[in-house]
Design a protein around this ligand. Structure first.
Ligand code: FE2
Length: 243
C-alpha cells in the first residue's frame, strides 16, 4: 500500500470555557444554546456542547437526517420517556425518529452530528443507555501491549462505517508510546481528571481535542492524576506509531 501523506501539528486543543454560547436551533430545533467544538469544511456542525435548559422541550423529528449521538456531561435529561442520567448516552441512526429531549434539572450534552449532506441509509439500531457505565469495560491492547489500569467502554460502533464512540478511563501516571496517527478523525472531550497530548497542553474537564485524520499527534501523551474521556471517530480507528 502506498504510504499516506501525514500532517504534523494540526491538532486543535482548547478549553470549552473559552467559547461563547450560541443559539443551536439551526442544528437541533428546540434546543438551547451550544458551543461548537468542530465544524466541517461545509460549515455544518460535527460536534458541540449543547445546553438543554430546565423545562425546555426539543422539537421531535420524524426521521433523523443523519445519525445523532449525545452524551450527558452534566445534569440529567430524558430522551422521549427514557431517563438519561449524568453519563447517559444515546445514538439515533439516520432515518430513525428523534424523540424530544427534556430536562428537569437542566443538562449539558456533548452532541455528535453526522453530516446530513452525505448521510446514507443506516442499518444501525438506536441505542439509549441511562448510564454509559453499564457497558462492560475492556482492557485495551495497543501494539501488543496490554494497558492494565485502562478501561475502554465501546458505547457504539456504526455497523456501516466502523466509526465508534468510546468512554476511556486512563490511570494516573500514564505516559504514551510517542507520536502516532489514525486514518480517521479523532475527537476527545475530557470528562474528569487531566490528560495532555504533549508538554504544552493539559486537558481538564471541559477541554476538547481534535486530531485530524493522518495527522501525527501524541508527541507526549501523559496524565498526572488519571482521566476519563469521551472519544469518537468518524471511521474505523487504528493506531500507527511513527517510530
Ligand atoms: Fe489519537
Amino acid at each position: 500500500m502506498e504510504a499516506p501523506t501525514l500532517s504534523h501539528n494540526l491538532s486543535r486543543c482548547f478549553p470549552t470555557a473559552d467559547i461563547a454560547w450560541h443559539d443551536m436551533g439551526a442544528c437541533w430545533p428546540g434546543t438551547g444554546v451550544g458551543k461548537v467544538l468542530r465544524a466541517l469544511d461545509d460549515g455544518s456542525v460535527r460536534s458541540a456542547v449543547v445546553r438543554f435548559p430546565k423545562g425546555q422541550v426539543s422539537t421531535p423529528v420524524d426521521a433523523a437526517p443523519a445519525t445523532i449521538q449525545g452524551y450527558v456531561v452534566s445534569g440529567s435529561s430524558k430522551l422521549g420517556n427514557i431517563d438519561l442520567q449524568q453519563d447517559g448516552f444515546f445514538v439515533i441512526p439516520t432515518g430513525a425518529p428523534v424523540p424530544a429531549i427534556t430536562s428537569d434539572t437542566g443538562a449539558e450534552l456533548v452532541v455528535i452530528f453526522d453530516n446530513a449532506k452525505t448521510a446514507k441509509p443506516s442499518s444501525a439500531q438506536p441505542v439509549i443507555l441511562s448510564t454509559a457505565y453499564d457497558v462492560e469495560p475492556i482492557v485495551p491492547v495497543i501494539d501488543g501491549t496490554r494497558l492494565d489500569g485502562f478501561a475502554r467502554r465501546v458505547l457504539w460502533q456504526d455497523p456501516d462505517t466502523g466509526a465508534d464512540t468510546r468512554l476511556l478511563t486512563v490511570p494516573g501516571g500514564f505516559e504514551g508510546k510517542g507520536p502516532n496517527w489514525h486514518p480517521v478523525h479523532e475527537e476527545i472531550f475530557c470528562l474528569k481528571g487531566d490528560i495532555g497530548p504533549d508538554d504544552t497542553r493539559l486537558m481538564t474537564p471541559g477541554s476538547y481535542l481534535h486530531n485530524p485524520a493522518f495527522g501525527v499527534h501524541g508527541y507526549h501523551e501523559h496524565s498526572n492524576a488519571g482521566a476519563t474521556i469521551l472519544e469518537w471517530h468518524d471511521g474505523q480507528w487504528e493506531i500507527n506509531f511513527t517510530s
